[in-house]
Design a protein around this ligand. Structure first.
Ligand SMILES: [Zn+2]
Ligand SMILES: [Zn+2]
Length: 192
């Protein structure tokens, strides 16, 4: 297929139409460009994010229903599965598969696998000092506070002096501190 190169302003027009909420089909009608060209422009600009970073996906084999987490085939496992389960399939080179993906906005192995969304990725909070992580992203259970103290011998005051923008993790502690300051002031005022 011949590759048509668009001028920058034509590309931007496609992108702004898409961002304005027009469907790919409608954009083709308006601009008179082919669907694959419009898709390529949007794909290259990363405007058509098929897979959301906060969602989990699996690839399900259309023939054997086997499921794989590596739905993008980063490890090559999906191609291996195709080779093992289909006869006489000519697997295109990695380069050709990539250009297929750009052209059709679909991964080549999707001819053999259905991509299914399997729910939200759980948000995680990672310890700033080690690999420990928790799903309690606001530290509402206080487990991060405990972890810091037990594993790194760091208390909240010290931690906040290093990472002041993490103050949202220690709301109760900060409220207590504020109360203490107010009480001290009250006592001070009362004495004088
Ligand atoms: Zn299979
Ligand atoms: Zn840690």
């Amino acid at each position: 297929m011949k590759k048509i190169n668009l001028k920058k302003e034509e590309e931007n027009r496609i992108i702004s139409l898409f961002e304005g909420g027009e469907s790919i089909r409608k954009i083709c009608k308006i601009t008179n460009y082919s669907q694959s060209l419009v898709q390529r422009v949007l794909c290259e600009k990363n405007k058509t994010e098929r897979f959301k970073s906060n969602k989990n996906y699996i690839a399900v084999c259309k023939k054997t229903k086997k499921q794989y987490n590596d739905f993008k085939n980063s490890s090559g496992i999906l191609i291996k599965h195709i080779q093992n389960n289909y006869n006489n399939i000519d697997i295109p080179s990695k380069f050709k598969r990539k250009s297929y993906e750009r052209e059709f906005n679909q991964m080549w192995h999707e001819k053999f696998f259905k991509i299914e969304e399997i729910g939200e990725k759980k948000e995680e909070f990672k310890c700033k000092f080690c690999l420990w992580k928790t799903n309690d992203i606001n530290n509402s259970s206080g487990s991060y506070t405990k972890h810091l103290l037990l594993n790194h011998k760091i208390n909240i005051e010290k931690y906040l002096s290093i990472f002041p923008s993490d103050d949202y993790l220690f709301k109760t502690f900060i409220l207590k501190q504020i109360k203490k300051i107010i009480m001290l002031n009250v006592k001070f005022v009362a004495k004088n």
